[in-house]
Design a protein around this ligand. Structure first.
Ligand code: MN
Ligand code: FE
Length: 325
């Protein structure tokens, strides 16, 4: 069983029980990169020529991304690592946590390089309601993982573990981050901020492994604990993911109050819907939005993973009318 308080008997790596976790660890190590390998300073001229609305978009992206890297680490440290028994999962999580720290340092490098108002950026993450709502949503699930009443071996405790996992991994890393990456990379589409774009490419490569790890972990836990894989819980998870996707509407309005050349809030919301459908499918659900990808230029392999079908068996019981939307 992968889920449970790790004991001394669990400090033994071999034989490896969860090969996917071990393979992801090795792949993650092979992906190691450092922010200063990128000549971000070369983008400074582009940045200076950008409109105020374009600069605001970069600044508002940083307001969300910078603390979010630290939030993911909090979720992993408090809500995931302490409740997994397999050492290969701990190897992977240690590397992921370093990657989140590295992303945090990469965004620090952005703040040091571009003339951005660090105080204003930090202030927005605390006070912009659309960012605060997202952070509170994630941290609410993480907070549950540190309550003394949590028993991860109980039915409800197992569900709490999965809820936290869905929140930080599927909603935050799998939907909100991908939307932010698309916006960040949209500048390169119009020949701006190319080095910043390369940095985001490297972050996306890391995040795609974080998502693979999270999805594999969700699947494994549901396989090993079939008592929680009920139609009711499946439906709750699906609703949680859709709620997370809907929260992005307000955020995208604040990101693009007027829209900039080539992209606006509506376009970004459509991408959120497209990515959300992919995440739902990756978990074995039916898509909810049926929205086409407005950003065809985003390479297919960066925003979708191969399908895994977990909830498939239970799926037929809770079909909802997607098109009434
Ligand atoms: Mn990250
Ligand atoms: Fe991540």
């Amino acid at each position: 069983m992968i889920l449970g308080k790790p004991l001394n008997e669990d400090l033994r790596l071999r034989p490896i029980h969860y090969q996917w976790a071990y393979d992801l660890y090795n792949q993650a190590v092979a992906n190691t990169w450092f922010p200063h390998e990128i000549a971000l300073g070369e983008d400074l001229e582009d940045f200076k020529k950008m409109s105020e609305d374009e600069k605001h978009a970069v600044s508002f992206l940083m307001s969300f991304f910078n603390p979010s890297e630290l939030i993911v680490n909090r979720s992993l440290a408090l809500g995931v690592y302490p409740y997994l028994k397999a050492p290969e999962t701990h190897l992977y999580l240690a590397k992921q946590m370093w990657e989140e720290a590295n992303h945090s340092m990469a965004f620090e490098y952005v703040l040091e390089t571009f003339p951005l108002d660090r105080e204003k950026i930090f202030d927005s993450h605390l006070n912009a309601p659309s960012i605060k709502a997202k952070e509170d949503f994630i941290l609410g699930f993480t907070a549950r993982m540190t309550e003394v009443s949590l028993d991860v071996n109980s039915l409800e405790g197992k569900k709490d573990f999965v809820r936290n996992l869905i929140a930080y991994n599927i909603v935050m890393e799998g939907i909100w981050f991908y939307s932010g990456f698309m916006v960040a990379l949209s500048f390169r589409q119009k020949q701006q901020l190319k080095n910043f774009g390369s940095m985001i490419d490297w972050v996306v490569r890391d995040e795609s492994l974080h998502l693979k790890f999270g999805i594999n972990l969700i699947l494994t836990i549901l396989e090993e604990n079939p008592e929680i894989a009920t139609p009711e819980f499946a439906n709750e998870i699906r609703e949680l993911i859709i709620k997370g996707a809907e929260m992005e509407n307000d955020y995208n309005r604040d990101l693009f109050p007027r829209g900039i050349q080539g992209i606006n809030a509506e376009y970004t919301n459509q991408y959120v819907q497209y990515v959300t459908d992919r995440r739902l499918e990756e978990l074995g659900f039916e898509p909810h939005y049926h929205t086409a990808n407005p950003a065809q230029w985003m390479a297919v392999e960066t925003d979708t993973l191969e399908l895994v079908n977990f909830f498939e068996v239970q799926n037929t019981n809770y079909e909802v009318d997607n098109r009434a939307h």
